[in-house]
Design a protein around this ligand. Structure first.
Ligand code: C5P
Length: 218
């Protein structure tokens, strides 16, 4: 029997990850941060000297490595890489590997295996449209690009990482474009999804709104 799934899709910087994590905790369900898988594969590619434009090579690499998500922690072949995959560069690399059909196919299995009892909250770009088309509830978080860049800036500064706001706006626009324009599983509002625009909302307000939909549904 398949476990129930709630999907949260949307562009980066909308608070998806935070909301997914709060919701998983609230429900006592598993959490899948699918972006972490793309980020980790990109890191592995850099280390193994596989070109980020080589879809077939990346697909083969994905079959050879072990990527484990343990809560917020990520392991690549046993080594914890959580901090390494959270940089802005890792996000750009992730969006480059994510355009290849061979990569998306390889990661499909990893993602579906995460749908375990009592349930799964999955966040990403194609969770509702492709990976979990039968999800119980599909949410789509959106926000203006300027607001999203500002949030990312604050996030990086809080972690004492290097950040430059104009660069972030530019990178975010490039990443959005790549995610929306790609042929394979582009970022889109999945059919039947509930849209929440978080531009003017705090995380607490977004979570309260999300809980209304969840309570109405479960
Ligand atoms: O969500 P996060 O910023 O970690 O995702 C990094 C990149 O991975 C995204 O910009 C996107 O290109 C890719 N991604 C994807 N499909 C997903 C999750 C992430 O293509 N389900």
């Amino acid at each position: 029997i398949a476990a129930p799934v709630i999907t949260i899709d949307g562009p980066s910087g909308t608070g998806k990850g935070t909301i997914a994590s709060l919701l998983a905790e609230h429900l006592g369900w598993h959490l899948l941060d699918s972006g972490a898988l793309y980020r980790t594969l990109a890191l592995a590619a850099r280390r193994h000297g596989v070109d980020l434009d080589d879809g077939a090579g990346l697909g083969r690499l994905a079959a050879r490595i072990s990527v484990r998500l343990e809560g917020e922690r990520v392991r690549l072949d046993g080594e914890e890489v959580s901090a390494l995959i959270r940089t802005a560069e890792a996000g750009v690399d992730a969006s480059r590997v994510a355009v290849h059909p061979e990569v998306r196919q390889a990661l499909l299995g990893w993602q579906r295996e995460a749908a375990l009892a009592p349930g799964l909250v999955a966040d990403g770009r194609d969770m509702g449209a492709r990976v979990f088309p039968d999800a119980r509830l599909k949410l789509y978080l959106d926000a203006s690009p300027e607001e999203r860049a500002r949030r990312r800036y604050k996030q990086l500064k809080d972690k004492e990482m290097d950040a430059n706001l104009p660069n972030l706006v530019q990178e975010l626009r490039a990443r959005d474009e790549r995610d929306r324009e790609r042929a394979e599983s582009p970022l889109q509002v999945p059919p039947g999804a509930v849209i929440v625009d978080s531009t003017e909302l705090s995380i607490e307000q977004v979570f309260a709104r999300v809980l209304q939909f969840v309570d109405a549904d479960l």
